[in-house]
Write a protein that binds this ligand. Sequence first.
Ligand code: ADP
Ligand code: MG
Length: 268
Amino acid sequence: MTGTRASGANPLIEFKAVHKSFFVRGQQFDVVRALDLAVAPGEFLCIVGPSGSGKSTLLNMVAGLGPPSTGAVSYGGRPVSEVNTEVAYLTQHDTLLPWRTVADNVGVPLELRGMAAATRRPLVQAAIDAIGLAGFEGHYPRQLSGGMRKRAMLARTLIQDPQAILMDEPFGPLDAQLKLMLQAELMALWARSRKTIMFVTHDIVEAITLADRVVVLSARPARVNLIETIAIPRPRDVHRTRFAPEFETHYERIWAAMELGALAQVPA
Ligand SMILES: Nc1ncnc2c1ncn2[C@@H]1O[C@H](COP(=O)(O)OP(=O)(O)O)[C@@H](O)[C@H]1O
Ligand SMILES: [Mg+2]
């Protein structure tokens, strides 16, 4: 299975000629320029790009948290014009409520839908079990490690049973081993559920490990420098993808498209 699904006729998420500008103290500040991108249903799409290139801004547009200045972002064939309740959004920030236990945090999306506590309980437990947090239901966020907090946020995201998941550098600050474990769990969840995932990361290895396709953005204002279809067969073993014969070519092409090469040159 490769990224060929993305060439299907009906993308789930589509950016067409998207421009986005912010006005800072009266000055126009272009963040995204003439960006076209289509995400197929069930695709795992990773987005990499330099810091400040507009990656979070793109996810915000899909979530309906900030419309494009010109151009269109559509979801399921319809323009995103208000908060998009079809998608779950795991933002860069720690958004657990400190005064609530793990179970009560994970249950928030169901509570917001008005679901009764007794109905919520087994669903919350299943989400907690699925993400490896069994035994910590009654803990408060301050009693959890960074990785456990990420798991709790992921459980809260999955309990919504969304069609699509937007993930903004979710494993960024975690140590390398924990990152691999969570990547493996996410890939297993995705393989079972076939959600559409837009996953932002600054880690090229992570992007190649997870993605059907990797989109490389330019420095601000963001445009698409490269769309790399990852040819590494699935199922993938997160510990082994970097030794796959295809890996090096993908890495070189993505690295070159990041336009960071000059930074890595050791001066003579
Ligand atoms: N609401 C906003 N108002 C003004 N500038 C913003 C706003 N949101 C983002 N920006 C700016 O747009 C640029 C891209 O931001 P962002 O999408 O967060 O980048 P990335 O996620 O790629 O690091 C940054 O320079 C940021 O400061
Ligand atoms: Mg960001």
